[in-house]
Ligand binder design. Sequence first.
Ligand SMILES: Cc1cc2nc3c(=O)[nH]c(=O)nc-3n(C[C@H](O)[C@H](O)[C@H](O)COP(=O)(O)O)c2cc1C
Length: 363
Amino acid sequence: MLGLFNSKAAWQHSYTLRAHYPWAASPLIASAPMRLISTTPLAIAVSRAGGLGFLGGGTDLSNFSLLLNEATATLQSFPIPNTPPGILPIGVGFICWGADLSTAISVIELAPLKPAAVWIFAPREPKDLIAWTEGVRKASNGKTKIWIQIGTVAMALDVAKSCRPDVLVIQGSDAGGHGLAQSSSIITLLPECADTLTTEGFEDIPLIATGGIVDGRGVAAALTLGASGVCMGTRFLASPEAVISDGYRNAVVEAKDGGVTTARTTVYDQLRGTVGWPETYNGRGVLNESFRDHERGMSEVENKKLYENAMKLGDQGWGENGRMTTYAGTGVGLIHKVMPAGEIVKEVLWDFRKSLLKTEGEL
Ligand SMILES: Cc1cc2nc3c(=O)[nH]c(=O)nc-3n(C[C@H](O)[C@H](O)[C@H](O)COP(=O)(O)O)c2cc1C
Protein backbone atom coordinates (compact mmCIF):
# COMPACT_ATOMS: atom_id res chain seq x y z
CA MET A 1 0.00 0.00 0.00
CA LEU A 2 1.70 3.19 -1.17
CA GLY A 3 -0.85 5.44 0.56
CA LEU A 4 -0.04 9.04 -0.32
CA PHE A 5 3.62 8.36 -1.07
CA ASN A 6 4.36 9.63 -4.54
CA SER A 7 6.67 6.82 -5.60
CA LYS A 8 7.72 3.35 -4.59
CA ALA A 9 11.12 4.78 -3.63
CA ALA A 10 9.59 7.36 -1.28
CA TRP A 11 7.43 4.65 0.29
CA GLN A 12 10.47 2.37 0.73
CA HIS A 13 12.38 5.25 2.30
CA SER A 14 9.68 5.49 4.96
CA TYR A 15 10.76 1.96 5.96
CA THR A 16 14.43 2.97 5.95
CA LEU A 17 13.57 5.86 8.27
CA ARG A 18 11.59 3.47 10.48
CA ALA A 19 14.67 1.22 10.62
CA HIS A 20 16.98 4.13 11.53
CA TYR A 21 14.58 5.66 14.08
CA PRO A 22 12.49 2.68 15.26
CA TRP A 23 10.78 4.60 18.10
CA ALA A 24 9.24 6.96 15.55
CA ALA A 25 5.95 6.67 13.67
CA SER A 26 5.61 6.82 9.91
CA PRO A 27 5.64 9.24 8.20
CA LEU A 28 8.50 10.74 10.16
CA ILE A 29 7.79 14.08 11.84
CA ALA A 30 10.93 15.95 12.86
CA SER A 31 11.30 19.17 14.80
CA ALA A 32 13.80 21.70 13.44
CA PRO A 33 17.12 22.35 15.22
CA MET A 34 16.27 25.97 16.03
CA ARG A 35 19.32 27.69 17.50
CA LEU A 36 18.82 28.63 21.18
CA ILE A 37 15.14 27.56 20.94
CA SER A 38 15.25 23.77 20.45
CA THR A 39 16.82 22.51 23.66
CA THR A 40 16.53 19.17 25.48
CA PRO A 41 12.86 19.42 26.59
CA LEU A 42 11.60 20.15 23.06
CA ALA A 43 13.78 17.58 21.30
CA ILE A 44 12.96 14.83 23.80
CA ALA A 45 9.22 15.60 23.85
CA VAL A 46 9.10 15.27 20.05
CA SER A 47 10.99 11.96 20.00
CA ARG A 48 9.00 10.60 22.95
CA ALA A 49 5.77 11.31 21.07
CA GLY A 50 6.94 9.30 18.05
CA GLY A 51 8.85 11.91 16.09
CA LEU A 52 12.50 12.87 15.81
CA GLY A 53 13.48 15.92 17.84
CA PHE A 54 16.60 17.94 17.03
CA LEU A 55 18.65 20.05 19.41
CA GLY A 56 19.63 23.43 17.97
CA GLY A 57 23.42 23.25 18.06
CA GLY A 58 23.67 26.53 16.11
CA THR A 59 27.04 28.19 15.62
CA ASP A 60 28.41 28.37 19.15
CA LEU A 61 29.43 24.92 20.35
CA SER A 62 30.78 26.01 23.73
CA ASN A 63 27.90 24.31 25.55
CA PHE A 64 27.31 21.45 23.08
CA SER A 65 28.88 18.91 25.42
CA LEU A 66 26.68 20.12 28.29
CA LEU A 67 23.57 19.97 26.09
CA LEU A 68 24.33 16.42 24.94
CA ASN A 69 25.16 15.25 28.49
CA GLU A 70 21.89 16.68 29.77
CA ALA A 71 19.89 14.93 27.05
CA THR A 72 21.79 11.68 27.62
CA ALA A 73 21.15 11.74 31.38
CA THR A 74 17.43 12.38 30.86
CA LEU A 75 17.08 9.66 28.25
CA GLN A 76 19.11 7.15 30.25
CA SER A 77 16.91 7.60 33.32
CA PHE A 78 13.68 7.63 31.31
CA PRO A 79 14.39 5.82 28.02
CA ILE A 80 12.25 5.96 24.90
CA PRO A 81 11.11 2.42 24.01
CA ASN A 82 12.61 0.90 20.84
CA THR A 83 15.74 3.03 20.92
CA PRO A 84 18.58 1.03 19.34
CA PRO A 85 21.57 0.33 21.64
CA GLY A 86 24.23 3.04 21.69
CA ILE A 87 21.91 5.62 20.14
CA LEU A 88 20.57 8.85 21.61
CA PRO A 89 17.06 9.06 20.14
CA ILE A 90 17.34 12.72 19.18
CA GLY A 91 19.39 14.62 16.59
CA VAL A 92 21.56 17.76 16.70
CA GLY A 93 21.61 20.50 14.09
CA PHE A 94 24.61 22.70 13.29
CA ILE A 95 24.87 25.90 11.30
CA CYS A 96 27.85 24.91 9.21
CA TRP A 97 29.38 28.34 8.45
CA GLY A 98 29.83 29.17 12.13
CA ALA A 99 30.07 25.89 14.04
CA ASP A 100 33.45 24.42 14.89
CA LEU A 101 33.74 20.95 13.36
CA SER A 102 36.58 19.79 15.58
CA THR A 103 34.52 20.54 18.73
CA ALA A 104 31.53 18.68 17.28
CA ILE A 105 33.74 15.70 16.45
CA SER A 106 35.40 15.47 19.85
CA VAL A 107 32.07 15.74 21.72
CA ILE A 108 30.45 13.07 19.53
CA GLU A 109 33.51 10.81 19.83
CA LEU A 110 33.30 10.94 23.63
CA ALA A 111 29.53 10.62 23.84
CA PRO A 112 28.41 7.25 25.28
CA LEU A 113 25.27 7.48 23.13
CA LYS A 114 25.65 8.83 19.61
CA PRO A 115 23.02 11.29 18.35
CA ALA A 116 20.60 9.52 16.00
CA ALA A 117 21.22 12.22 13.39
CA VAL A 118 23.33 15.29 12.73
CA TRP A 119 21.71 18.00 10.63
CA ILE A 120 24.00 20.34 8.71
CA PHE A 121 22.86 23.65 7.23
CA ALA A 122 24.26 26.69 5.45
CA PRO A 123 27.89 25.97 4.56
CA ARG A 124 30.21 28.83 3.64
CA GLU A 125 31.64 26.59 0.87
CA PRO A 126 30.02 23.42 -0.53
CA LYS A 127 33.17 21.46 0.38
CA ASP A 128 32.57 22.20 4.07
CA LEU A 129 29.63 19.83 3.95
CA ILE A 130 31.95 17.01 2.89
CA ALA A 131 34.24 17.62 5.87
CA TRP A 132 31.25 17.64 8.26
CA THR A 133 29.73 14.50 6.73
CA GLU A 134 32.98 12.54 6.90
CA GLY A 135 33.94 13.90 10.33
CA VAL A 136 30.62 13.06 12.00
CA ARG A 137 30.37 9.63 10.36
CA LYS A 138 33.85 8.75 11.61
CA ALA A 139 33.32 10.19 15.11
CA SER A 140 30.14 8.15 15.58
CA ASN A 141 31.38 4.96 13.90
CA GLY A 142 28.65 5.45 11.32
CA LYS A 143 25.91 5.38 13.98
CA THR A 144 24.88 9.01 13.45
CA LYS A 145 22.92 9.58 10.25
CA ILE A 146 23.71 12.68 8.21
CA TRP A 147 20.89 15.08 7.33
CA ILE A 148 21.72 18.04 5.07
CA GLN A 149 19.27 20.92 4.58
CA ILE A 150 19.31 22.49 1.10
CA GLY A 151 17.15 25.03 -0.73
CA THR A 152 17.72 24.60 -4.48
CA VAL A 153 17.66 21.77 -7.01
CA ALA A 154 21.31 22.41 -7.86
CA MET A 155 22.32 22.13 -4.19
CA ALA A 156 20.31 18.93 -3.80
CA LEU A 157 22.18 17.32 -6.67
CA ASP A 158 25.56 18.68 -5.62
CA VAL A 159 25.17 17.46 -2.05
CA ALA A 160 23.84 14.07 -3.19
CA LYS A 161 26.97 13.62 -5.32
CA SER A 162 29.54 14.98 -2.88
CA CYS A 163 28.22 13.77 0.50
CA ARG A 164 25.73 10.97 -0.13
CA PRO A 165 23.76 12.08 2.93
CA ASP A 166 21.35 9.71 4.68
CA VAL A 167 18.62 12.33 4.30
CA LEU A 168 18.18 15.49 2.27
CA VAL A 169 15.99 18.10 3.94
CA ILE A 170 14.37 20.17 1.21
CA GLN A 171 13.68 23.66 2.56
CA GLY A 172 11.04 25.69 0.73
CA SER A 173 10.81 29.49 0.82
CA ASP A 174 7.84 29.50 3.25
CA ALA A 175 10.21 28.34 6.00
CA GLY A 176 10.61 30.40 9.14
CA GLY A 177 14.06 31.54 10.21
CA HIS A 178 17.05 31.41 7.89
CA GLY A 179 17.07 30.02 4.39
CA LEU A 180 18.14 31.02 0.91
CA ALA A 181 16.96 34.49 -0.10
CA GLN A 182 16.21 33.10 -3.55
CA SER A 183 14.28 29.86 -3.44
CA SER A 184 10.90 28.43 -4.32
CA SER A 185 8.09 27.02 -2.27
CA ILE A 186 8.13 23.36 -1.35
CA ILE A 187 5.31 22.72 -3.82
CA THR A 188 7.68 23.06 -6.78
CA LEU A 189 11.06 22.59 -5.09
CA LEU A 190 10.39 19.14 -3.71
CA PRO A 191 9.11 17.41 -6.86
CA GLU A 192 11.82 19.04 -8.99
CA CYS A 193 14.48 17.83 -6.54
CA ALA A 194 12.89 14.35 -6.51
CA ASP A 195 12.75 14.17 -10.32
CA THR A 196 16.31 15.43 -10.76
CA LEU A 197 17.75 13.11 -8.12
CA THR A 198 15.93 10.16 -9.70
CA THR A 199 17.17 11.02 -13.20
CA GLU A 200 20.73 11.34 -11.91
CA GLY A 201 20.62 8.03 -10.02
CA PHE A 202 20.19 9.34 -6.47
CA GLU A 203 16.68 8.15 -5.73
CA ASP A 204 18.08 6.15 -2.83
CA ILE A 205 18.22 9.29 -0.65
CA PRO A 206 15.08 9.93 1.46
CA LEU A 207 13.67 13.45 1.17
CA ILE A 208 12.22 15.34 4.12
CA ALA A 209 10.04 18.35 3.26
CA THR A 210 10.21 21.53 5.31
CA GLY A 211 8.91 25.08 5.03
CA GLY A 212 5.26 25.93 5.61
CA ILE A 213 4.17 22.54 6.94
CA VAL A 214 2.19 22.93 10.14
CA ASP A 215 -0.56 20.31 10.16
CA GLY A 216 -1.68 16.92 8.84
CA ARG A 217 -2.76 18.39 5.52
CA GLY A 218 0.74 19.72 5.00
CA VAL A 219 2.18 16.28 5.73
CA ALA A 220 -0.21 14.66 3.23
CA ALA A 221 0.75 17.25 0.61
CA ALA A 222 4.47 16.71 1.25
CA LEU A 223 4.16 12.96 0.72
CA THR A 224 2.21 13.54 -2.47
CA LEU A 225 5.06 15.74 -3.69
CA GLY A 226 7.63 12.98 -3.11
CA ALA A 227 8.77 13.37 0.50
CA SER A 228 9.08 10.47 2.94
CA GLY A 229 8.66 12.66 6.03
CA VAL A 230 8.48 16.28 7.16
CA CYS A 231 10.16 18.73 9.47
CA MET A 232 8.40 21.60 11.24
CA GLY A 233 9.95 24.59 12.95
CA THR A 234 7.33 27.32 13.23
CA ARG A 235 4.62 24.96 14.54
CA PHE A 236 6.83 24.01 17.49
CA LEU A 237 7.37 27.69 18.40
CA ALA A 238 3.81 27.46 19.71
CA SER A 239 4.80 24.89 22.34
CA PRO A 240 5.77 25.57 25.95
CA GLU A 241 9.02 23.63 25.37
CA ALA A 242 10.32 26.17 22.81
CA VAL A 243 12.80 28.44 24.61
CA ILE A 244 11.26 31.77 23.63
CA SER A 245 9.41 34.43 25.59
CA ASP A 246 5.62 34.33 25.81
CA GLY A 247 5.59 37.58 23.81
CA TYR A 248 7.25 35.75 20.89
CA ARG A 249 4.99 32.69 21.28
CA ASN A 250 1.85 34.87 21.32
CA ALA A 251 3.02 36.82 18.27
CA VAL A 252 3.27 33.50 16.36
CA VAL A 253 -0.20 32.41 17.46
CA GLU A 254 -1.75 35.80 16.71
CA ALA A 255 -0.23 36.31 13.22
CA LYS A 256 -2.55 35.44 10.32
CA ASP A 257 -2.15 35.38 6.55
CA GLY A 258 1.59 34.63 6.65
CA GLY A 259 2.21 35.63 3.05
CA VAL A 260 1.68 39.27 4.00
CA THR A 261 2.45 39.28 7.72
CA THR A 262 5.88 37.64 7.35
CA ALA A 263 8.75 38.38 4.97
CA ARG A 264 12.29 37.26 4.17
CA THR A 265 14.71 39.98 5.17
CA THR A 266 18.11 40.70 6.69
CA VAL A 267 16.79 43.59 8.80
CA TYR A 268 16.21 41.50 11.90
CA ASP A 269 19.75 40.07 11.80
CA GLN A 270 21.14 43.61 11.51
CA LEU A 271 19.13 44.82 14.48
CA ARG A 272 20.02 41.84 16.65
CA GLY A 273 23.65 41.94 15.60
CA THR A 274 23.49 38.36 14.25
CA VAL A 275 26.31 38.57 11.75
CA GLY A 276 28.20 36.08 9.60
CA TRP A 277 25.48 34.50 7.47
CA PRO A 278 26.58 33.89 3.86
CA GLU A 279 25.17 36.62 1.59
CA THR A 280 22.77 34.25 -0.14
CA TYR A 281 20.78 33.74 3.11
CA ASN A 282 18.19 35.82 4.91
CA GLY A 283 15.51 35.05 7.48
CA ARG A 284 11.70 34.96 7.45
CA GLY A 285 10.00 36.66 10.38
CA VAL A 286 6.72 38.27 11.39
CA LEU A 287 6.55 41.91 10.28
CA ASN A 288 6.57 44.56 12.99
CA GLU A 289 7.54 48.18 13.56
CA SER A 290 11.29 47.46 13.16
CA PHE A 291 10.68 46.19 9.63
CA ARG A 292 8.20 48.93 8.71
CA ASP A 293 10.53 51.70 9.98
CA HIS A 294 13.36 50.18 7.94
CA GLU A 295 11.09 50.24 4.87
CA ARG A 296 10.20 53.86 5.61
CA GLY A 297 13.91 54.70 5.50
CA MET A 298 14.89 54.83 9.19
CA SER A 299 18.65 54.58 9.71
CA GLU A 300 20.07 51.35 11.14
CA VAL A 301 21.50 53.28 14.11
CA GLU A 302 18.11 54.74 15.06
CA ASN A 303 16.31 51.44 14.46
CA LYS A 304 18.82 49.61 16.65
CA LYS A 305 18.33 52.14 19.44
CA LEU A 306 14.56 51.57 19.34
CA TYR A 307 15.18 47.80 19.20
CA GLU A 308 17.29 47.98 22.33
CA ASN A 309 14.54 49.95 24.10
CA ALA A 310 11.99 47.31 23.03
CA MET A 311 14.18 44.63 24.58
CA LYS A 312 13.51 46.21 27.97
CA LEU A 313 9.74 45.86 27.57
CA GLY A 314 9.65 42.08 28.10
CA ASP A 315 6.70 40.36 26.44
CA GLN A 316 5.31 43.74 25.32
CA GLY A 317 8.25 44.11 22.91
CA TRP A 318 6.79 41.51 20.54
CA GLY A 319 3.72 41.49 18.33
CA GLU A 320 2.63 43.37 15.26
CA ASN A 321 3.21 46.73 16.95
CA GLY A 322 6.35 45.61 18.75
CA ARG A 323 9.93 45.64 17.46
CA MET A 324 11.50 42.33 18.52
CA THR A 325 12.66 39.71 16.02
CA THR A 326 10.01 37.01 15.58
CA TYR A 327 11.44 34.49 13.15
CA ALA A 328 8.54 32.36 11.86
CA GLY A 329 7.25 30.98 8.57
CA THR A 330 4.20 31.65 6.41
CA GLY A 331 2.33 28.86 8.20
CA VAL A 332 1.65 31.14 11.21
CA GLY A 333 -2.00 31.65 10.23
CA LEU A 334 -2.67 27.93 10.67
CA ILE A 335 -1.40 27.91 14.25
CA HIS A 336 -4.19 28.74 16.68
CA LYS A 337 -2.95 27.74 20.10
CA VAL A 338 0.01 26.77 22.23
CA MET A 339 0.21 23.00 22.76
CA PRO A 340 2.80 20.68 24.32
CA ALA A 341 5.29 19.58 21.66
CA GLY A 342 4.36 15.91 22.07
CA GLU A 343 0.68 16.75 21.54
CA ILE A 344 1.62 18.61 18.35
CA VAL A 345 3.33 15.50 16.98
CA LYS A 346 0.34 13.30 17.87
CA GLU A 347 -2.23 15.75 16.50
CA VAL A 348 -0.36 16.20 13.21
CA LEU A 349 -0.03 12.42 12.78
CA TRP A 350 -3.69 11.89 13.60
CA ASP A 351 -4.84 14.62 11.19
CA PHE A 352 -2.57 13.17 8.52
CA ARG A 353 -4.15 9.74 8.99
CA LYS A 354 -7.61 11.28 8.71
CA SER A 355 -6.68 12.87 5.38
CA LEU A 356 -5.41 9.49 4.21
CA LEU A 357 -8.73 7.86 5.10
CA LYS A 358 -10.58 10.64 3.29
CA THR A 359 -8.43 10.09 0.20
CA GLU A 360 -9.21 6.42 0.27
CA GLY A 361 -12.94 7.17 0.67
CA GLU A 362 -13.15 5.55 4.09
CA LEU A 363 -14.26 8.68 5.95
C1 LIG B 1 12.78 30.42 14.84
C2 LIG B 1 13.50 29.53 13.88
C3 LIG B 1 14.84 29.25 14.07
C4 LIG B 1 15.52 28.40 13.20
N1 LIG B 1 16.82 28.09 13.43
C5 LIG B 1 17.44 27.19 12.65
C6 LIG B 1 18.76 26.73 12.97
O1 LIG B 1 19.35 27.16 13.96
N2 LIG B 1 19.34 25.81 12.16
C7 LIG B 1 18.69 25.29 11.07
O2 LIG B 1 19.24 24.42 10.39
N3 LIG B 1 17.45 25.72 10.74
C8 LIG B 1 16.81 26.64 11.51
N4 LIG B 1 15.54 27.04 11.19
C9 LIG B 1 14.93 26.60 9.93
C10 LIG B 1 14.36 25.22 10.06
O3 LIG B 1 15.40 24.29 9.95
C11 LIG B 1 13.33 24.86 8.96
O4 LIG B 1 13.88 25.04 7.69
C12 LIG B 1 12.06 25.70 9.05
O5 LIG B 1 11.65 25.87 10.36
C13 LIG B 1 10.95 25.05 8.27
O6 LIG B 1 9.89 25.87 8.03
P1 LIG B 1 8.67 26.12 9.05
O7 LIG B 1 9.23 27.06 10.07
O8 LIG B 1 7.64 26.73 8.20
O9 LIG B 1 8.28 24.82 9.66
C14 LIG B 1 14.83 27.85 12.08
C15 LIG B 1 13.47 28.12 11.91
C16 LIG B 1 12.80 28.94 12.80
C17 LIG B 1 11.34 29.18 12.61
